[in-house]
Design a binder for this molecule. Structure first.
Ligand code: SF4
Ligand code: SF4
Ligand code: FES
Length: 236
């Protein structure tokens, strides 16, 4: 008989329920290496079709299935069930983000902050006939920055983000640093102006939760340190 692991899943419909509740489901481990997303699919497809959660690529690429699993923010599609626990998993939506239904959160404000920092190449010089070139060394500076999949695991694990809903948060800050570091980009000044605020980089207190949470092993804290340095050199 297949082994079973209990999934204790957060259920909540804010339009209907007075408060959230946790529902226990038994998930069968039918093959080695089953992911948390496989377990959620098993529940939805075989036990309770009303359970809501997001997923798409199943490969750790689209960033849609960030969840809090036994207290840690992770992507459900690349998290092995048995690596978390062989007995019980408590599955909750990403902390501090408004719940739409069950495990689905509203990412609207999170994405607004991302767009606020102008996450695209700014260069008002006339474009060359072909592409804007970079040396291999210049390109290398983008490693560890361009890989962000906007899953929200970092920002929703950041105590400064919980405390101040206006704080841009580690994801937006890492993404702005990606463009400031790009040798083809000339928009650093206009971006740094947006960040030089107590809701910008100065709200980061180097607690490092964001680094621990990132499923792509990125380091938003280092990006924030780079931004602080750029702001200080700009001032003096
Ligand atoms: S290091 Fe900064 S951005 Fe990261 S969790 Fe801490 S306060 Fe938030
Ligand atoms: S920095 Fe990492 S945790 Fe944060 S949004 Fe990007 S991929 Fe997700
Ligand atoms: S489903 Fe796309 S990252 Fe997990």
């Amino acid at each position: 008989m297949a082994k079973k692991v209990t999934f204790s899943v957060f259920r909540y419909r804010p339009d209907r329920d007075d408060e959230p509740r946790y529902v226990d489901y038994q998930v069968e481990i039918r093959r080695p290496g089953m992911m948390v997303l496989d377990g959620l699919n098993q529940i939805r497809w075989e036990q309770d079709g009303t359970l809501a959660y997001r997923r798409s690529c199943r490969e750790g690429v689209c960033g849609s299935d960030g969840l809090n699993i036994n207290g840690v923010n992770r992507l459900s599609c690349v998290t092995h069930i048995e690596e978390v626990s062989d007995r019980r998993l408590v599955i909750q939506p990403l902390p501090s983000l408004p719940v739409i239904k069950d495990l689905v959160v509203d990412l609207g404000e999170f994405l607004d902050k991302y767009f606020l920092v102008k996450p695209y190449l700014i260069n008002r010089e006339p474009p060359p006939d072909r592409e804007r070139l970079q040396t291999p060394e210049e390109r290398k500076k983008l490693d560890g920055l361009y890989e962000c999949i906007l899953c929200g695991c970092c920002s929703s694990s950041c105590p400064s983000y919980w405390a101040d809903p206006k704080y841009l948060g580690p994801s937006a800050l890492l993404n702005v640093y990606r463009f400031i570091q790009d040798s083809r980009d000339t928009g650093a000044d206009e971006r740094l102006q947006i960040l030089d605020d107590r809701r910008g980089v100065w709200r980061c207190h180097t607690i490092l939760n964001c680094v621990m949470a990132c499923p792509k092993n990125l380091n938003p804290t280092q990006a924030v340190a780079g931004l602080k340095k750029a702001l200080v050199s700009r001032r003096y």
